[in-house]
Design a binder for this molecule. Structure first.
Ligand SMILES: CC(C)(COP(=O)(O)OP(=O)(O)OC[C@H]1O[C@@H](n2cnc3c(N)ncnc32)[C@H](O)[C@@H]1OP(=O)(O)O)[C@@H](O)C(=O)NCCC(=O)NCCSC(=O)C[C@](C)(O)C(=O)O
Length: 610
């Protein structure tokens, strides 16, 4: 059910975005088309109409009716594309095929059927739009006493003829739309197939070819239905000056008195308009229908209770990932890989990533080499210069803010230059960086701010998700001798945690390197969770269960929090007593945190299971 809803929202958003792009790209020529269709004798041709409108009414005149056109196009395309999805599914069901594998004719039939629904939106909105666009001619030819606003048009129609008058021309809209959309979608799919190189998918043809296929779709539509559109515009515009004859009578009247040419009046601007307008429609539609991924991605950060490093060159360990019940795995190019194996790790990860990520229910990220290593750029190019690329990037050893800025800027350039010309980047890259030195710790606030600012330059390519404490390198940098209680690291842990939380980021605690000592790991994990860390790095599959159990509130705590929140709702007091303790807002907020963590983890479990 949730999937169907997401699908609905996605196509609705994509259709709406496509409709908006279509209007802004094509409105001036649409105005010229409507003027020529309804007043063929006033202008000598397309250019004359365009020039005269620009001279007498300015740019605003060409964009007149934009608001109803936006309402019209956005709602039409939203309904059209939602209905198209349903009709494709229906045809796929009948023909026992996948909806993505329908033939051109089947796609065309789905388009034609969807237009039955979109016409219900198109008819009233287009009626108002046409009257607005031809308002000055209606006024100067004396068919209207004074110009009206869109609202005035609607009000006067309802007042004079009732609500049903808004559907004046519905039959001619259906007569136009159903064959029109048959040719529209046939033209689109046919052109896309024609432009798809051998062995490639038609979804991969890129922006320019998609725009061309969209324009050709529009061309097919208009050539097929232009006379019907002329009659529809006539009925809709002329009925402002009194009741207009029906479709058939108007058609014969125009053909007899004005000649067949009048039925094609305004075809040229329409054909010219269709390429930018429908090109923009399909490019925007195709490239925003992946918003589902973005909706999912930005909604919440993935749960990362345990973050397991897997050396990237070690194929045996990498292929183990799909069998592990861990929240997050990180394919490592850095400290887990010897210097002479760096190239091997990088190329193995690039080669295996897609397969491993597909088979695994956990998040699969990568850790590149440090910015100061001289290897990071090559890592980024190889790992992120092709699709699919990892959804999560761990960057080690951030010692100052220039380094994280450099990483984010370089990553964005790679994605924009290598991916965007071919397709919209398929997923946001979640960046987590590591603090592992005295300098890194002191400059952490600036690094977080610099990372967030760099990612914000172009949204949707990357975002800063969290900070990791690299305690072993930190000990080496500061000359710390480690103890089992790790008291010597308390300041660094608290500072990292506090800074990360101040910016709403995840804070991931240090590695427990004695991986066979489960009791020690459990103690340190529980301590980290109580301090406020959201997760912990691990190095061995044995550590997964212990850490993941520690980073979820126990059942008693959850029960306590739920009861406390219930009591708080009932008491409606600032401070009150609960189970013998004084409770005020800070404790309520802590209880909410516990419930939220619990809910979040359960939701993620459900998503992973799906
Ligand atoms: C310790 C090692 C060598 C023992 O490796 P092993 O193979 O000798 O262990 P095992 O007990 O025999 O392994 C049992 C099974 O688990 C597998 N296995 C074992 N480990 C993993 C793993 N990580 N991922 C996936 N699978 C793993 C292993 O392959 C084996 O499966 P098999 O019987 O089918 O062959 C091994 O666990 C390992 O290589 N761990 C990762 C080390 C690493 O990546 N270190 C760098 C990250 S920590 C860090 O960078 C520090 C930090 C943040 O910078 C800072 O604090 O400063």
């Amino acid at each position: 059910m949730a999937e169907i809803f997401k699908e609905f929202i996605t196509t609705f958003l994509a259709g709406s975005a496509g409709g908006t792009a279509c209007v802004y790209a094509g409105q001036p020529l649409d105005t010229v088309k409507v003027k020529l269709q309804t007043f063929p004798n006033v202008y000598s041709g397309t250019f004359d109409c365009f020039k005269t409108t620009l001279k007498t009414e300015g740019l605003r005149g060409l964009y007149k009716g934009s608001v109803p056109a936006l309402v019209c196009n956005v709602s039409e395309n939203a309904v059209l594309f939602v209905a198209l999805g349903c009709m494709k599914n229906m045809i796929a069901y009948i023909t026992n095929k996948q909806s993505s594998n329908l033939s051109n004719i089947e796609n065309a039939c789905a388009g034609s059927l969807s237009s039955i629904f979109s016409s219900l939106v198109v008819c009233p909105t287009e009626l108002v739009k046409c009257r607005m666009q031809a308002m000055s001619e209606l006024y100067t030819t004396g068919k209207l006493e004074k110009p009206m606003s869109p609202y005035g048009v609607v009000r006067s129609m309802i007042k004079a003829e009732g609500v049903l008058s808004l559907f004046n021309g519905l039959t001619s809209t259906w007569v136009r739309e159903m064959p029109g959309y048959f040719f529209f979608f046939y033209g689109y799919e046919f052109t896309r197939n024609l432009l798809t190189a051998k062995g490639k998918e038609k979804d991969d043809i890129g922006v320019v070819k998609t725009a061309f296929a969209g324009g050709t779709a529009g061309l097919c539509l208009w050539v097929a239905i232009f006379p019907i559109d002329v009659i529809k515009s006539r009925i809709q515009v002329m009925s402002v000056a009194g009741k207009q004859e029906g479709f058939r009578k108007t058609l014969f009247h125009v053909a007899r008195h004005e000649g067949i040419r009048a039925l094609y009046s305004g075809l040229l601007p329409t054909v010219i308009r269709t390429y930018p307008a429908n090109g923009a429609l399909f490019v925007t539609y195709e490239y925003t229908k992946d918003t589902k991924q973005f909706v999912n991605q930005f909604s919440r950060r993935p749960v990362r209770r345990a973050l397991l490093y897997v050396p990237g060159h070690d194929v045996r360990k990498v292929t183990k990932i799909p069998s592990l019940q861990v929240d997050c795995t990180v394919l490592d190019c850095e400290d887990g890989v010897a210097l002479d194996k760096k190239d091997e790790a990088r190329s193995k990860i690039a080669e295996m990533y897609d397969d491993i990520a597909q088979k695994s229910s956990c998040e699969v990220g990568v850790r590149i080499n440090a910015p100061s290593s001289g290897l990071a750029k090559n890592d980024l190019e190889v790992l992120f210069g092709k699709v699919p690329y990892p959804s999560c990037l761990v960057v080690p050893k951030i010692d100052d803010h220039h380094e994280i800025t450099w990483i984010c800027d370089t990553l964005r350039d790679i994605v924009l230059n290598a991916i965007l010309p071919k397709q919209v980047p398929p997923n946001v890259i979640r960046i987590i960086f590591q603090i592992e030195s005295a300098r890194g710790l002191l400059g952490m606030k600036e690094s977080v701010e610099a990372g967030i600012a760099s990612c914000a330059k172009i949204r949707c390519t990357s975002q800063i998700d969290g900070v990791i404490f690299g305690s072993d390198d930190f000990c080496a940098d500061l000359g710390i001798s480690r103890t089992s209680e790790a008291i010597e690291l308390m300041y660094a842990r608290q500072k990292i945690l506090t800074t990360a939380k101040a910016y709403g980021l995840q804070a991931i605690d240090m590695v427990y390197i004695d991986y066979k000592d489960t009791d020690g790991l459990r103690r340190q994990s529980i301590e980290g969770f109580k301090m406020g860390f959201t997760g912990k790095q691990i190095i061995h599959p044995h550590q997964i269960q212990t850490v993941q159990d520690a980073f979820i509130p126990d059942s008693q705590k959850i029960e306590w929090a739920l009861e406390l929140l219930k009591a708080y709702d009932e008491s409606r007091k600032g401070a009150f007593t609960f189970q013998g303790q004084m409770i005020d807002l800070p404790t309520i907020l802590q209880a909410r945190n516990i419930v939220n963590i619990y809910k979040h983890i359960n939701e993620q479990k459900k998503t992973n299971a799906e």
